[in-house]
Design a protein. Structure first.
Length: 142
């Protein structure tokens, strides 16, 4: 029996092909689909964003749009049983914090494989999660 079968698994999801694969990997590792949590971290809007200035888009509406997009991307019943959570802020911090909040035993996440100047300027979410997480992190390379 795999030790991770008994654990809650968290998968950060950003709608990339790599994050699709991370969900598939977590589903293979988990004893049941209800042990798999998926988190999408959307960026905070700046005060100069038109949505904020004109007050046309609330966090609740953004959350609903993301959930709808997720369910369109994964229309089958098994994916409806996943625990989907949408939050806003810094991805590295938010993922690590949510993992601790749900008592995750493992975070399964993709690495987009950025190197050099792109990694230096953009930073690596996977690297920040590995440093901040209270549990093991499985980083999948494409």
């Amino acid at each position: 029996m795999n030790w991770f079968n008994r654990q809650t698994l968290l998968v950060p999801f950003d709608f990339s092909e790599e994050s699709h694969q991370a969900i598939a990997t977590a589903l293979e590792m988990a004893s049941t689909v209800t042990k798999v949590y998926v988190v999408h971290v959307a960026p905070d809007l700046t005060v100069a964003s038109p949505e904020v200035v004109w007050q046309t888009l609330s966090e609740a509406a953004r959350r609903q749009n993301i959930e709808t997009a997720f369910h369109k991307e994964f229309p089958t019943d098994i994916y409806r049983k996943l625990n989907l959570h949408v939050c806003f802020g810094d991805p590295g911090q938010s993922i690590a914090h949510y993992a601790e909040e749900i008592g995750a035993g493992l975070i399964v996440m993709p690495s987009h494989g950025r190197t050099g100047i792109k990694r230096l300027l953009i930073g690596s979410v996977a690297e920040r999660v590995v440093r901040m997480a209270h549990c093991p992190v499985l980083v999948l390379r494409h």
